[in-house]
Design a protein around this ligand. Structure first.
Ligand SMILES: Nc1ncnc2c1ncn2[C@@H]1O[C@H](COP(=O)(O)OP(=O)(O)OP(=O)(O)O)[C@@H](O)[C@H]1O
Ligand SMILES: [Mg+2]
Length: 303
């Protein structure tokens, strides 16, 4: 009869949900296993230094790096010093080594001993958990989970309040997007929910890094899919965030990097120019050329 049919339907629905969720768990477990298996063996190696609270100076001395022993290095003799609180920009054509240089700082890949120091200590001697908890990195390829916006932003900061999550989202320029999403922070994204645009995904990843209030913020071309106007708005927001933090900013856009304390121009794994925006324009080299090209492009786009 009717009630039995209803009951049957409900049971079936419950079964289906359970099965879906079980499948999702299995997929997740498999994915995690895969990551664990392929993750290079970077771990704490004695003797470790006790750094105290990490302040965020970065000192790179004659760093050369090759992905595999015996292969051609992709970074050659990189030398620079950054005091805590400075903003460093990295520019240079594709394949120049910008992402590689950034990934050495949190030891996603290991720098050769004695070449890369945070607060004066070789990163290889810093406790990995301490080092990484002081760093917020937005990688070039963003990764979102099939979960709510809130969960995606609060990844790595599960104790964050809604107000904190919303503030991070606001700083990352997600405010107007959130207002348009059906359930605000609870909106599901990914496989089972809303498909976000490339620029929206990048801003979720940025909000995730900002929420953790890291001493070092590494932004790898993390607004490349965002239009120039929105990017300017976000960079304006970030001005206060950048204060008192060490920031590494990779970008192909001059407009993004022009206010940095120092701009490093990389080419084929070498620093070929360094200085402020004004200094680099005065040199009239690769940076000035890039600037000129982008001005032309802007003018053409405005026509
Ligand atoms: N996992 C890897 N294994 C081996 N070689 C790599 C790996 N990742 C990058 N490379 C090589 O290292 C060099 C520098 O790459 P990298 O990604 O650092 O450049 P990039 O400046 O970030 O470029 P883009 O502007 O395109 O992001 C390139 O020649 C690249 O092919
Ligand atoms: Mg890159």
């Amino acid at each position: 009869n009717n009630r039995q049919a209803k009951f049957y339907k409900l049971t079936k629905k419950g079964e289906r949900q359970l099965r879906d969720e079980t499948e999702q768990w299995e997929r997740m477990t498999l994915a995690v296993q895969k990551i664990l298996e392929t993750e290079p063996a970077i771990r704490d190696e004695e003797p470790l230094a006790d750094p105290g609270e990490i302040r965020g100076s970065v000192d790179c001395r004659n760093l050369s790096f090759a992905y595999t022993a015996g292969s051609e290095p992709v970074l050659h003799g990189i030398d620079f010093q950054v005091t805590a609180g400075q903003t460093v920009a990295l520019v240079g054509r594709t394949g120049a080594g910008k992402s590689t240089l950034l990934s050495l700082i949190p030891r996603m890949i290991d720098p050769p001993p004695g070449t890369l120091h945070v607060d004066g200590t070789d990163v290889r001697r810093l406790p990995l958990a301490r080092l990484r908890s002081a760093i917020g990195m937005v990688p070039q390829e963003t990764f979102l989970f099939s979960a709510s916006i809130r969960e995606n932003i609060a990844l790595g900061a599960p104790e964050a309040t809604d107000a904190e999550v919303l503030e991070a989202a606001r700083l990352a320029g997600l405010e107007t997007d959130l207002a348009q999403f059906p359930n605000g922070l609870d909106t599901l994204v990914g496989e089972r929910g809303l498909t976000l645009s490339g620029g929206q995904k990048q801003r979720v990843a940025l909000a995730r890094a900002l929420l953790r209030r890291p001493r070092l913020l590494l932004l790898d071309d993390c607004l490349s899919a965002v239009d120039t106007q929105t990017e300017e708005h976000i960079l304006h927001n970030l001005r206060t965030v950048f204060q008192g933090r060490t920031v590494f900013l990779v970008s192909h856009r001059i407009s993004t990097v022009k206010d940095a304390d120092v701009i490093l121009v990389l080419d084929h794994g070498r620093i070929i120019e360094r200085g402020t925006h004004g200094q680099l324009l005065a040199i009239g080299g690769a940076y000035a050329d890039l600037h000129q090209r982008q001005l032309l492009e802007e003018e053409l786009a405005a026509v």
